[in-house]
Design a protein around this ligand. Structure first.
Ligand SMILES: C[S@@+](CC[C@H](N)C(=O)[O-])C[C@H]1O[C@@H](n2cnc3c(N)ncnc32)[C@H](O)[C@@H]1O
Length: 391
């Protein structure tokens, strides 16, 4: 594979700046990749176990970084790391002197986020998302709104929600999990603070160039900083990924603005057809046992939660409980359960036809293509499942 050209002088300047801060880059470089913005490719033969990138803790941008602390943003209980980092970036937006100016010059534009991220879509476009993605988006909107309400008065323009949203998405899509927030302070033995996982965030120079795949290089961190180590061999010119986590395509669409063509973690949730069928007692049985919702299916199988929910619908409370508690293998009624699941798949296929028509009426562009891709995948999963269960 030919080696790609540098994506531009701003990237060369950023890499030189990062290296001067102790970032090591070994056998990889950023490149422009169709449909994925920038990504990382191998510049030589890479072997499994090669350390490709290392980033020292003092090169990270976290809420412990001195100039972030100096911004003196509210740090009370309700203030999230996500919100504060986004506020810091917003405060610095018009400051040309900021030391990391060269870094933000390699970030995607506001316009490109606004195309890809459902958070910025119009209501009629959001309405075309599958229900579980729409629910996830509502939670994300609530988080953004809480951060915005808490921090807006500390920003240069408290009415510019659009700019704050841009930096909030930068933090959302470009940070790595970092739970040693005090390691950049002068106290090396400082205890690890207890943070909720959502709040363990650091912007990591260069590492953020890596795109996601369902399997990728190993990302590790210690108090000293991060390393990215190859999990397999790569040829020169080949794209190298990290995995952002075991995420479904609907999670990726809402959190990162894309869906993967091949994703071993993907599934379709049957919630929109199963939940409305449950009566109060069935709902209660499932809720009290932690089985309400998230009824995942793939073309080959239905998850245990789905098996439990269908038994709650079809069997007596006692028998459903027996299965739920693992006292009954459930084999006796498996055929009945499978037939019911085929009906659910068919109902979903009928229901989604209406959504697909709505998608067709949207303007051409990235948003419509992402929705079309997702609904095609949903259809393939449901048709595959129907074929498996009627075989
Ligand atoms: C950490 S950044 C990766 C670098 C980014 N592509 C860029 O141009 O700077 C994460 C963003 O990259 C894009 N991305 C990551 N993995 C992708 C993939 N497999 N396919 C398409 N876009 C991807 C999404 O826009 C995501 O929000």
């Amino acid at each position: 594979m030919p080696l790609p050209a540098s994506p531009g002088p701003e990237h060369d300047a950023f890499i030189a700046w990062a290296q001067a801060r102790g970032v090591t880059i070994n056998g990889v470089a950023p490149a422009r990749l169709p449909g994925r913005g920038l990504g990382v490719v191998a510049t030589r033969e890479v072997k499994e176990g090669d350390v490709l990138v290392s980033v020292p803790a003092n090169a990270l941008l976290t809420i412990e970084t001195k100039h972030v602390k100096d911004a003196a943003l509210p740090a009370g209980e309700d203030s999230t790391v996500h919100g504060r980092l986004a506020a810091y970036l917003t405060v610095m937006h018009a400051d040309d002197e900021v030391e990391w100016d060269v870094w933000r010059r390699v970030w995607p534009s506001r316009e490109s986020f606004e195309e890809s991220m459902p958070l910025c879509w119009e209501e009629r476009e959001k309405d075309c998302l599958p229900a579980p993605a729409r629910d996830h988006l509502a939670k994300q909107e609530a988080k953004l709104d809480a951060d915005w309400q808490l921090l807006r008065d500390h920003l240069p323009d408290p009415s510019d929600r659009r700019l704050y949203t841009y930096y909030w998405m930068i933090v959302n899509t470009r940070t790595f999990f970092w739970d040693y927030p005090t390691s950049t302070s002068s106290k090396p033995r400082a205890k690890k603070r207890k943070l909720v996982p959502d709040d363990c965030m650091a912007l990591c120079p260069f590492m953020e160039y890596f795109n996601h795949a369902d399997e990728g290089c190993t990302v590790a961190h210690t108090k000293a900083g991060f390393t990215i180590t190859s999990h397999r061999a790569y040829s020169p010119g080949e794209e190298i990924h990290v995995s952002y986590g075991a995420h479904t395509n609907e999670f990726l669409l809402v959190e990162y603005g894309f869906v993967l063509a091949a994703n071993k973690w993907d599934d379709v949730r049957l919630d929109p057809v199963i939940l409305p069928k449950l009566n109060t007692a069935q709902t209660e049985l499932l809720r009290t046992n932690g089985f309400l919702g998230d009824y995942a299916v793939t073309p080959d199988e239905c998850c245990h939660r789905t098996q439990v929910a269908v038994r709650a619908l079809l069997l007596s409370k006692g028998r459903a409980e027996g299965f739920l508690m693992g006292l009954d293998s459930g084999e006796k009624e498996q055929e009945q359960v499978d037939a019911f699941l085929v009906e659910c798949a068919e109902e979903y296929l009928k229901m989604m036809a209406e959504k697909e028509q709505k998608v067709e009426r949207l303007d051409e562009g990235e948003r419509k293509s992402a929705l079309q891709r997702r609904w095609t995948q949903v259809r393939q999963v449901l048709e595959g499942l129907r074929a498996t269960l009627t075989r």
